[in-house]
Design a protein around this ligand. Structure first.
Ligand code: GLY
Length: 368
């Protein structure tokens, strides 16, 4: 049994996100309608070792000619150097515009392979096969692709929607516990943005879902994809509503930068969790929501083993954080933008945040 969710918007070809168990074994049949030529699976060395053989077997048994191209695991592969190497390989394979790329991996592989697909021969089709919870609920849906530069993360990229997304819940069983919890932060984020009933269920199911229960994970992925695809369908290019998906991210990115983007100290999902807690506490400090609401948020994050307090993760500077937040690529014309909330499920975009007030708030949070 699987669930097929449509993603459609004015500016792109509609596609489906299929969520379910045991989907990788039938990947070839799922991809075949989109493959008019050869298939190149782009993956990282870790994921390729775990799932590459099954994926290639499935593609070949559906009559597709397929090969695998691997990149080193980790964020450092989202670089110009790795993008150039990938594109050079695709050229060496003489891929043409009838051929198709499959991104098999987490957010790094999806972002890199998606950008290579956007650029190669001015754009070829690609399919997302996300293998982390974070990628299943967030980065594989919506067409954002990017690499990093020494000046910041995701600064070079393109909107390039996949033709299909296949999210197999069973592959999450191979994830380290910390990575699964980190993905759960992005799931909670969707409830916090616009679905209080979903949030309440997530808060009660946190220990089970973030602990790897497949039924809870499937329900969490399906509802997250529904929420994300509705938002992307209305606002693909982030002119308005899509910015809501950045709840917790502006605080979170600043924290990640303060802590040197060291995933052993703070994963992206943990930064998002802490960022969500901060966004709600800041909303409460501004009188927008109650402290009872912030307590519910903290309880939901803590139930999944996610951090909610700065002192639990490290030291950060209030002024440098605010400078980083103002320099975030989501800031417009130097105006500091944050996603704040009037309650759980009632997030909104605040485009004129007062930097002095925010600095003062961060000091109350324990920043220097
Ligand atoms: N990850 C946020 C977005 O896709 O817009």
């Amino acid at each position: 049994m699987s669930t097929t969710l449509p993603v459609s918007g004015a500016g792109f070809v509609p596609y489906a996100v299929e969520v379910g168990r045991g989907l990788l074994a039938g990947l070839g049949e799922r991809v075949a309608p989109f493959a008019r030529g050869r298939v190149v699976v782009i993956s990282d060395e870790t994921v390729a070792a775990l799932h590459g053989p099954a994926v290639l077997t499935s593609l070949e048994s559906a009559g597709l000619r397929a090969r695998i191209l691997t990149v080193p695991p980790g964020e450092s592969s989202k670089s110009f150097a790795e993008l150039e190497r990938v594109i050079d390989r695709l050229l060496a394979y003489e891929l043409d515009r009838k051929d198709i790329i499959i991104a098999l991996g987490g957010g790094v592989v999806g972002d890199l392979a998606g950008l290579a697909a956007a650029l190669y021969m001015r754009g070829i089709d690609f399919v997302q096969v996300p293998t982390t919870l974070l990628a299943q609920v967030d980065s594989s849906v919506g067409g954002k692709t990017a690499i990093d530069t020494p000046r910041g993360k995701n600064l070079v990229g393109a909107f390039h929607q996949p033709r299909l997304v296949v999210a197999d819940i069973d592959v999450l069983a191979t994830l380290p516990a910390r990575q699964l919890r980190s993905g759960w932060a992005e799931v909670l984020k969707h409830g916090l943005i616009c679905d209080a009933a979903f949030y309440d269920w997530l808060a009660s199911a946190g220990a089970v879902g973030a602990g790897g229960d497949p039924a809870a994970l499937e329900r969490a992925v399906v509802r997250s994809v529904e929420i994300k695809s509705a938002i992307v369908g209305e606002d693909e290019r982030e002119a308005g509503k899509r910015a809501l998906l950045n709840l917790g991210h502006t605080f979170g990115h600043a924290l990640e930068a303060e802590l040197g983007f060291d995933e052993t100290v703070l994963t992206h999902g943990e930064a998002v969790a802490l960022g969500c807690a901060m966004a709600f506490r800041y909303s409460a400090a501004l009188g927008l929501c109650s402290t009872a609401t912030t307590e519910r948020v903290v309880d939901g994050l803590a139930a999944a083993g996610l951090p909610t307090r700065l002192e639990a993760v490290g030291r950060a500077g209030a002024e440098t954080m605010v400078r980083r937040m103002a320099g975030d690529k989501k800031a417009e014309g130097g105006r500091l933008t944050l996603i704040l909330a009037r309650g759980i499920g009632e997030a909104f975009v605040e485009r004129d945040v007062d930097p002095a007030r925010l600095t003062e708030f961060l000091r109350t949070e324990g920043a220097r």
